[in-house]
Ligand binder design. Sequence first.
Ligand code: ZN
Length: 194
Amino acid sequence: MNITKTCLVVILSSIYSLSALGQHNPAAHTHGQGHMTLVFESGQLIVELKTPALNMLGFEHQPTSEKQWKVLDVLKKRLQEPNPILELKPSCQLKSKEIDVPYSGEQAKTARSPHNEHAEHHADEDHKGHQHAEHADIIARYEWRCKTSEMPKINVGYFAEYPGFETLRVEWVVNGKQGVNLLNSRNSTLDIRQ
Ligand SMILES: [Zn+2]
């Protein structure tokens, strides 16, 4: 497990440094745009998604209403199980996952109030500058074990499910080769054949 994680970090770091040499900065936070790094080697598939929280939540601040808390809860559950929003064909076995969604900490829980309208009103007043200045990202990492050494196709459902999610830039290393694919609602299948 530790060895796998170390490998992932090394591989992802090398992808990021390679990208830093190019024109695109994969760490940039631009609303509507998500980034994915993908490594497939010897049947092992590792994916890291990084997206502005706004793309999937529809807001980018601590929830201020019961409706927004519900959206946050639903998203957290949805990300725990990548299928069918990341649908692998043929399917592979999910081995591990790591989800990092903002506004989920202890502080956020204590801020939850039954007096929603009141809380919303005060939150807006007290933290106006803070709320609008700070951006937040959602990060999801998944690792699958596939039966064959051929990279599966991936149907990406982010665009259909989350209207704020416009484009996904996928930087991949598949069986030793590397490249970049840009996905959107009209082109939402990642098909890398080696
Ligand atoms: Zn933002």
